[in-house]
Design a binder for this molecule. Structure first.
Ligand SMILES: Cc1cc2nc3c(=O)[nH]c(=O)nc-3n(C[C@H](O)[C@H](O)[C@H](O)COP(=O)(O)OP(=O)(O)OC[C@H]3O[C@@H](n4cnc5c(N)ncnc54)[C@H](O)[C@@H]3O)c2cc1C
Length: 482
């Protein structure tokens, strides 16, 4: 039985008349959400199970760096953080493909100026968000692990990770931003009889560091996301501000070429020399770091409901953990913050309505990005080597140039636009059909029948969009004029 030993923060919070909001998890999404809510005038306290990473050196957890794209930037911009965040970003203009013969070529991400994504350190971004949260009046309690929730009594059981004390805290409103293993999600599922589906990928990942040269310079092109695609798996590398790269090997867990098959240093060395020969000299002690660094698990979590009445709601990975191959998990979580903040604004004190609307808006979009992230693994590890894929990509850009309001490559819709994910998915499917048909007998973009392309776009995108109320970006007039 947990003692009722309330932490100081709760006592001070209850002295004010403001609605108090408890967030579990001061990761990327919980920290940003706390800023949005503090700026709306709520009393916000965040419980985080880890120590304060500003005082204790801890591994930020999975992936040392991440790709930040437009959705995430938009969410940071809306609370005035982008000037500060910009100082930490390294733009990546495309995929630098390393083939097995050691040849390297760049596949740009977008066709327009500014269509780049940005490498950012997870730890630095998290610290920046926690600093901004505290500056906005948020209280963050570190070393406080939420062990469980009693949703009927609106009580939270917290463990003090330093002293081992267990305390019970009341809450008014609770937000679960506690990541893929969310305790808040468990409690919501339990009280509502809801469903939680976890699909673990049969591939895992391992991070390895590529250090700078003796003079501190980058060993690879700094402004690209490097990929060594090998069909069934891949190695990638993203730049860090100190001249290093964080490389990640994505590999099946079991099988002939798998984490299970790399048992000894000699196996690792032989595998890298066989499959990633040009990368081997980039790693210092490849064998040592391979076994020192953990192998991480990847998966997709789909659950419903995301809320319990007007008392509790889930955001970020707690609601929708996805595989990392579209670089959108954090971006999607940041978009949740904008969406939830908007719902709170629209519904005032009617939390039940705000949470219901949030779930209604975000759930289909979370499902769509989960699917697209899985599909993108195949694109990154395999399709990028396929001439047909490259032809379709070049054609997609040509069509975007000709019909900018009607045809936007799916990758661009996800990374550079704010179109809802579900809409990007829907339009992406139609566009994929058009690209398939147009490239059936063409080998180059010049060989594509452009009159047919126009007809297909009008029939399948513009006429459908004109009838649809879901699209928020197509402008049939502008498109048909070109
Ligand atoms: C290898 C890899 C690469 C990735 N690359 C990208 C990328 O390039 N771009 C991108 O957008 N996304 C990327 N992602 C996804 C991204 O990391 C997540 O979507 C993002 O971290 C989700 O943030 P979150 O705050 O919801 O959850 P988390 O980051 O998991 O944070 C949850 C927080 O809650 C705390 N917590 C957990 N349980 C409790 C508890 N019981 N009590 C108290 N506190 C608790 C944790 O300590 C943590 O601080 C990647 C993920 C992986 C695995």
């Amino acid at each position: 039985m947990a003692a009722s030993c309330q932490f100081a923060s709760f006592l001070s919070r209850t002295m004010t008349n403001k609605t108090s909001i408890t967030i579990v998890g001061a990761g990327l999404v919980g920290s940003l959400m706390s800023i949005y809510l503090a700026k709306r005038g709520f009393e916000v306290v965040v419980y985080e199970r880890r120590p304060d990473m500003r005082q204790v050196e801890i591994l930020a957890g999975r992936s040392i760096n991440l790709a930040l794209a437009n959705r995430g930037i938009d969410a940071l911009e809306k609370v005035g953080l982008m000037d500060e965040v910009n100082k930490h970003l390294i733009p990546m203009r495309g995929r630098m493909i390393h083939d097995e013969a050691g040849n390297v070529h760049l596949q740009p991400y977008g066709n327009k100026p500014g269509e780049v994504i940005h490498s950012v350190s997870r730890g630095e971004l998290n610290v920046l968000l926690m600093n901004a949260a505290e500056a906005a009046g948020v209280t963050i309690e570190f070393n406080r692990r939420c062990e469980r929730l009693d949703m009927e009594r609106k009580k939270l059981v917290l463990v003090d990770e330093i002293r081992g004390e267990i305390c019970e805290e009341p809450y008014e409103i609770i937000i679960g931003a506690d990541g893929g293993g969310s305790e808040v999600r468990k409690a919501v599922a339990e009280i509502t009889g809801g469903e939680v589906k976890e699909d673990i990928l049969s591939h895992g990942y391992k991070e390895l560091i590529i250090l700078p040269d003796a003079g501190g310079a980058f060993l690879l092109d700094k402004n690209a996301l490097h990929i060594w695609p090998r069909g069934g798996y891949m190695l990638i590398a993203l730049p860090n501000p100190d001249g290093s790269f964080t490389a990640t090997l994505f590999l099946p867990n079991e099988g002939e070429e798998s984490f299970a098959s790399l048992k000894a240093g000699a196996d690792v060395e032989a595998f890298f020399i066989r499959r990633f020969a040009d990368a081997v000299p980039l790693f210092g002690d490849l064998k040592g770091s391979f076994f020192e660094n953990p192998t991480g698990m990847l998966g997709t979590i789909r659950c419903l409901p995301w809320r319990y009445q007007g008392d509790a709601v889930l955001i970020g990975d707690a609601a929708h953990a996805i595989v990392p191959f579209h670089g959108q998990g954090m971006n999607a979580g940041f978009e949740d913050c904008v969406a939830l903040s908007g719902c709170v604004e629209r519904h005032g004190d009617a939390w039940n309505k705000a949470f219901a609307e949030f779930e209604e808006i975000r759930k289909p979009n979370a499902g769509a990005i989960a699917d697209m992230a899985l599909e993108n693994y195949i694109e990154m590890r395999d399709s990028v080597r396929d001439p047909k894929f490259l032809l379709k990509k070049a054609l997609a850009w040509k069509l975007e140039e000709l019909y900018p309001d009607a045809f936007i490559p799916r990758y661009s819709m996800v990374m550079f636009h704010l179109l809802p994910y579900a809409e990007a998915y829907r339009r992406g499917e139609i566009q994929a059909g058009i690209l398939e048909e147009l490239t059936e007998s063409a080998k180059t973009v010049e060989e594509v029948d452009m009159a047919r392309a126009k007809r297909l776009i009008v029939e399948r995108i513009l006429e459908v969009t004109a009838d649809s109320t879901t699209s928020n970006q197509s402008n049939p007039d502008a498109a048909s004029a070109t």
